[in-house]
Write a protein that binds this ligand. Structure first.
Ligand code: 3HC
Length: 705
């Protein structure tokens, strides 16, 4: 018998313990070992029933996601899922009661195995779910057929289309599980199995029939789900495929419905959407692994924090700490600024409360963790300070010099600068090993990305502590190097430059924004800049000019600076790239921008022309990928996947395309390189192929190999 599933008999019940750390993922060997263990239990005269349980922290987290890479064609997938479907039927046909005992998570194939067992019991804090859709696939081991038979189509549709796990008490109420076990799960499961063995009757989920009324309601729910997904999941395949599979189960026999599920699963698993989402699943976990920061690097504990600056960013960062239960001092220069910052925080929490996501009591408790101050009193007690003052080198250096004096020597000093040189702050602080960048994205209490910017002298312990802290704050921390704009904003400069140039060449602001939102971004470049503030970019350009640099070499559009000079900073001033009615965020296109584009085109001797949406997407994604390749080659990002994570979490780059680098890889790096060369011929030398791109294409390699 394999070690993957251990077998022993306790009180007349065979206990089958799956042991495949860390999460008991179902490799082909685990599926087989489960079947063998069940067969042994059935044949064992000393066992009257069987309990299937997981070792370690969880029941089963699902099929081994790596296995899907092996399924190259639809036919491979159909064959594989036929094997699994048949195996699950054999489990279900076992002649002794088979009870799944769930703790931690029963997800994907893990829940599907449990559904094929005769009964399910769970620890009170366990969760069950069908998260396949988040990987661009649908349940492929009978989940779309068995789950609705237990909980009805409506709930199954919800679970299979949003992928969110359901807590055990809710699963019990819905009929997905049969009992909750307080105390020791195995003891409770053995008692349950013994009682069921006495009651004799084995219940096969696949034989449950939904009455005619429930079928009709289910079919209506399928239609409603499709209509809702048309708004929320536009362009995606898997959520719609899940609906179709459940619908087939309502209309056909179990076997015919299962065949439909297998066909739909097979189409999904070879789709680009699924490959991209599976890539992000692993990239999200890989990101925490930094080559020269071993797992055993000492990690400091963050018990108290402070934030300097209560503006939009500082306030959001203080909220992120408070939300994680960490007390935080929030410092401003004077009481008026402090009160403004606190009022914004209060307003944000009120909005959260009005959406029912927090109770009044929770809001008060969380707000109480934020201590406003106009002095540095108490800074000698904190473990980390995040500086979020105005984006100005001298001001930030002065702040770091002060922080070096008022905090303990082992306190981490982080800057929320979005562009400036961290090493200069490190020098000013007098203890460079404790200094690094913590670059949050607005709104900082919501956006999941945290760029952890490593300075020349930042210690390994400070980086490791930051990675752990990011997780605690509910963020994805990505370690990046200290170049101008780090990774996110350095690449963004190329994205924005291309948007400005497309505008001058003949596209319009609404067209460019629409093309990119149809591509899948939540907001286009101009809408985004109106939210962030046109003044922010203008001040950065002024600073760069003062030190003799530019953000992205090549032609620069004068329009952003013209808007800045006119006081059109975006939403906050009622006009920017768009116009806004007072108190409204609705974007109204402005003919003045087209006029400016015509003037700037004339100055550059450009004949304006109609530009297709495809060209907009191609130029902007190519600009991102080319600069991303430079960032990688220069060592400012560890892996191409880290850049993908930065763009998906920081800017809402469509996950179903896997991030800007994965999108380039999907296009084919040779195609991307050919485009860069074509653009150089058409638009000028500022389009210069990244050497890494040329090298990879010449060697026939990819960004991820
Ligand atoms: N396959 C392969 N590896 C998996 C895995 C899976 N299903 N689930 C988790 N892992 C790996 C992770 O990559 C990670 O590896 P690493 O340590 O080398 O980085 C390790 O297990 C631990 O995972 P997490 O870091 O995510 O641990 P957490 O404790 O934070 O979360 C979890 C645990 C909630 C189970 C989370 O890992 C998770 O959501 N897993 C994926 C669940 C899922 O999507 N299941 C469906 C799979 S598809 C399927 O079952 C198809 C079926 O219908 C046929």
């Amino acid at each position: 018998m394999s070690n993957l599933v251990r077998y022993d008999v306790q009180n007349g019940v065979a206990v089958l313990t799956i042991d495949n750390p860390p999460v008991n993922a179902l490799s082909p060997e685990v599926w087989e070992a489960i079947e063998a263990a069940v067969a042994r239990g059935v044949a064992d005269p000393s066992a009257v029933a069987m309990v299937l349980i997981g070792a370690g922290s969880t029941f089963i987290a699902g099929a081994d996601i790596k296995i899907f890479d092996v399924l190259k064609t639809r036919e491979d997938s159909l064959a594989r899922s036929a094997t699994i479907h048949a195996l699950l039927k054999r489990l279900e046909d076992a002649t002794k009661p088979l009870v799944a005992a769930i703790h931690g998570n029963a997800l994907g194939g893990g829940l599907e195995i449990a559904l094929a067992c005769h009964f399910r019991v769970a620890a009170t804090d366990a969760r069950v779910g069908q998260p396949e859709v988040l990987l661009g696939i649908i349940p492929g081991a009978g989940g779309t057929q068995r789950l609705p038979r237990l909980c009805g189509a409506q709930m199954a549709l919800q679970m299979c289309t949003d992928g969110k796990p359901v807590p055990a008490p809710r699963a019990l109420a819905a009929g997905i599980i049969d009992d909750l076990v307080e105390g020791d799960l195995l003891t409770g499961a053995i008692a349950f199995a013994t009682a069921k063995a006495r009651a004799v009757k084995i219940r096969k989920t696949r034989e449950i029939t939904l009455g005619i009324e429930r079928v009709r309601a289910g079919l209506e729910a399928c239609e409603a789900a499709r209509a809702a997904l048309a708004k929320t999941a536009r362009g995606l395949g898997a959520p719609f495929a899940a609906v179709s599979a459940i619908e087939a189960g309502l209309q056909r026999t179990f076997d015919a419905g299962s065949l439909r599920e297998r066909e739909l699963f097979a189409a999904c698993v070879v789709s680009t959407e699924s490959k991209a989402l599976r890539h992000l699943f692993f990239a999200e976990r890989e990101v925490a692994k930094v080559p020269d920061i071993p797992k055993d690097t000492p990690v400091g504990e963050i018990k108290r924090a402070a934030v300097v600056g209560a503006g939009t960013m500082g306030g959001g960062i203080a909220m992120a700490y408070a939300n994680a239960g960490i007390p935080v001092l929030l410092k401003e220069v004077d009481d008026a600024a402090l009160q403004r910052g606190l009022a914004t925080i209060r307003k944000n929490y009120d909005v959260t409360m009005s959406k029912g996501k927090m109770t009044a009591e929770q809001v008060e408790k969380t707000m109480a963790l934020i201590t406003p101050t106009t002095s540095y009193d108490g800074f000698d007690q904190v473990d980390i300070v995040t500086e979020a003052v105005f984006e100005n080198m001298e001001l930030k250096k002065a702040t770091f010099a002060q922080l070096g004096k008022v905090t303990r020597p082992n306190c981490i000093l982080a800057s929320n600068s979005s562009t400036l040189d961290i090493d200069q702050f490190a020098g000013a602080s007098g203890r460079p090993s404790q200094v690094l960048g913590h670059h949050y994205f607005s709104p900082a209490n919501v956006m999941k990305l945290l760029e952890i910017v490593r300075g020349r002298d930042t210690s390994r312990e400070v980086i490791a502590t930051s990675l752990k802290l990011a997780k605690r704050l509910g963020k994805v921390g990505v370690v990046v190097g200290n170049c101008f704009g780090f990774v996110a904003n350095r690449m963004l400069a190329y994205y924005m430059r291309e948007a400005y140039l497309l505008l001058e060449e003949g596209a319009s602001v609404p067209q460019i924004d629409r093309a990119l939102t149809e591509f899948g971004l939540p907001v286009g470049p101009f809408g985004m800049q109106d939210i962030a503030g046109i003044d922010v970019g203008a001040r950065i350009r002024q600073y760069l000019t003062s030190i003799g640099k530019t953000r992205a070499e090549g032609p620069q559009s004068a329009i952003p600076d013209r808007l800045y000079a006119m006081g059109r900073y975006g939403q906050k001033t009622g006009a920017g790239w768009y116009k806004y009615e007072p108190g409204s965020r609705t974007r109204i296109s402005d003919p003045l921008i087209d006029q400016m584009a015509e003037e700037e085109a004339a100055k550059r001797g450009l004949e304006r022309r109609p530009i297709a949406d495809e060209e907009i997407i191609a130029r902007i994604t190519t600009a991102l990928a080319n600069e991303g390749a430079r960032v990688l080659e220069d060592g400012y990002a560890t892996r191409a996947g880290d850049i993908d994570i930065i763009y998906c979490h920081g800017f809402g780059f469509p996950r179903a395309s896997g991030g800007p680098m994965f999108y380039a890889e999907t296009m084919g790096l040779a195609t991307v390189l050919a485009r860069v060369k074509e653009y150089r011929g058409r638009f000028g030398d500022y389009w210069e192929p990244a050497p890494l791109l040329e090298k990879l294409v010449a060697e026939g390699r990819g960004l991820y190999s």
